[in-house]
Design a protein around this ligand. Structure first.
Ligand code: UDX
Ligand code: UDX
Length: 455
């Protein structure tokens, strides 16, 4: 059996590497139009940072895992084609700012139709609006030709930073297929592949529409939990309640559960915002305004949380930060990834730069991506790999990403090198506040009391 995956990104690359690792007899080829990316996948310096990924790729690459730019050949040879190209939020035309831009998707379908000479199973890996498979079917079966394409939906639930563990031992695998004999046969083929390493009871099957909608719903629910606890964090700051204590207390209720209740500066990443806006657009296009408004509020809450953080910085630093050096600790949207898409750090840096602060960004893995994200506002922003040097002479540190190494830095050394009063704004509630306070820092966090020597 041969598998091809179109799109060698954060989802396609690791997912295919895992299939190749687990199924030595299946030839897996990952293709991408981006030559640089494919070259990186074929080198020792993989294009994405993901713990454990190097080992999996090294084991399978050249044996039954291949990376190539020859898209047509891979399509032609494959029995199963995963499509994992990006589906960003539309920036133009109808639904701009909300709907998914499906142009790459449709191009892939047309390409598959053009070059295929035998029946294929097409698997939707990208996150897509519900009923995309219908459009796929139409494109693939348009015109004449007697090749049969069966479209399945197999949304990916891996989180970046834990992708390999999530793929190796997933909570569940979800596969949607049409309720026809050929749909069910294709579905069984994919079930049998995952069953090589995932227990059968964890492989859920559903109709295509349910599978498509489940992915959007899962991300919306996860993001909603963060926005809910972040809404409470603002109230905590006003009332001397401590959001960590509230999270812990409510999380021990087994009906609520303890995960995804970490108050933060806000959620980032390529999925949450895009998928919720997609859900909002879907609701609106079915005339369901109240459900649309309900979900939109999760995104608005997230933007409020980011802006609130910046305003708190400015206010506490005596309402002026012009010319002040501010060190940004962490630019990735979360720890253990080099991915900076939709990171709260973007808004923070931009708003601080607009106030003419002198922003210095540091991050252990994401500095290159940070430079690309901020390419248009470099006048007030610089980059420094070493956190100690970034903090030298700074008036403040803003911790945006919860990299564990930031918890164990020598903060006495950092304090000694900073301008006084030295502020820390902890956007992740990561640091040991009592220790920092003893050193002399002014400490502002999320959903907790301010610790200040100036009061
Ligand atoms: C994926 C899914 O595609 C997205 O829908 C989901 O919500 C998040 O995960 P991701 O893997 O993170 O996205 O995207 P990205 O890293 O941008 O990878 C997509 C790849 O597809 C890129 O390397 C791009 O070059 C490639 N691509 C895009 C093609 O090969 N052909 C195209 O026509 C378009
Ligand atoms: C998410 C989903 O978890 C995954 O199942 C889906 O396939 C893709 O989208 P990802 O975006 O990689 O994965 O990361 P995730 O761990 O979900 O974190 C998203 C954001 O939420 C990060 O910015 C993170 O820092 C933030 N977060 C997470 C919080 O602020 N608080 C929490 O309690 C948890």
């Amino acid at each position: 059996m041969k598998i091809c995956c179109i799109g060698a990104g954060y989802v396609g690359g690791p997912t295919m590497a895992m299939i190749a690792k687990q199924c030595e007899d299946i030839q897996v080829t990952v293709v991408d139009i981006n030559e640089k990316r494919i070259a990186a996948w074929n080198s020792d310096e993989l294009p994405i940072y993901e713990p454990g990924l190097d080992e999996v790729v090294q084991e399978a690459r050249g044996r039954n895992l291949f990376f190539s730019t020859n898209v047509d050949q891979a399509i032609c040879d494959a029995d199963i084609i995963f499509v994992s190209v990006n589906t960003p939020t539309k920036t133009f035309g109808a639904g701009a700012g909300c709907a998914s831009d499906l142009q790459y998707w449709e191009l892939c379908a047309r390409q598959i139709k053009k070059v295929a000479t035998s029946d294929k199973i097409i698997v939707e890996k990208s996150t897509l609006p519900v009923r995309t498979a219908e459009a796929m079917d139409r494109v693939l079966h348009s015109g004449d030709g007697n090749i049969h394409f069966e479209v399945l939906s197999n949304p990916e639930f891996l989180a970046e930073g834990t992708a390999i563990a999530d793929l190796e031992n997933p909570d569940r695998v979800l596969i949607g297929g049409h309720q026809t004999p050929s749909g069910q046969k294709a579905l069984q083929t994919l079930v049998d592949i995952y069953a090589r390493w995932v227990p059968r009871e964890k492989i859920l099957t559903a109709n295509v529409w349910s599978a498509e909608l489940s992915k959007l719903t899962a991300n919306a629910f996860l993001a909603q939990r963060i926005s809910s606890i972040n809404a409470i964090s603002a109230l905590c700051e006003a009332t001397e309640a401590n959001v960590n204590e509230v999270s812990h207390a409510i999380g021990t209720d087994s009906r609520i559960g303890s995960k995804f209740l970490r108050a933060s500066i806000g959620f980032g990443g390529s999925c949450f915002k895009k998928d919720i806006l997609n859900l909002v657009y879907l609701c609106e296009s079915y005339g369901l305004q109240e459900p649309a408004d309900y979900w939109r509020q999760v995104v608005l809450m997230n933007e409020y949380q980011e802006t609130r953080f910046v305003h708190k910085m400015i206010r506490s630093m005596f309402n002026t930060i012009a010319g002040k050096r501010i060190a940004i600790f962490g630019f990735a949207f979360k720890a253990d990834t080099s991915d900076t898409r939709e990171s709260p750090a973007i808004r923070v840096c931009r708003e601080l730069a607009e106030e003419h602060a002198q922003v210095v960004v540091t991050d252990p893995k994401a500095l290159e991506n940070a430079k690309i994200e901020l390419a248009d506002s470099l006048e007030h922003i610089s980059f420094e790999k070493d956190p100690y040097r970034a903090a030298e002479g700074a008036h403040a540190i803003a911790l945006i990403t919860e990299w564990p190494e930031y918890a164990t830095l020598d903060y006495q050394r950092i304090y000694d090198s900073m301008t006084k009063p030295a502020f820390i704004f902890d956007g992740r509630n990561l640091l040991d506040f009592d220790h920092l306070f003893k050193i002399g820092f002014e400490i502002y966090s999320i959903g907790r009391d301010v610790k200040s020597h100036l009061k």
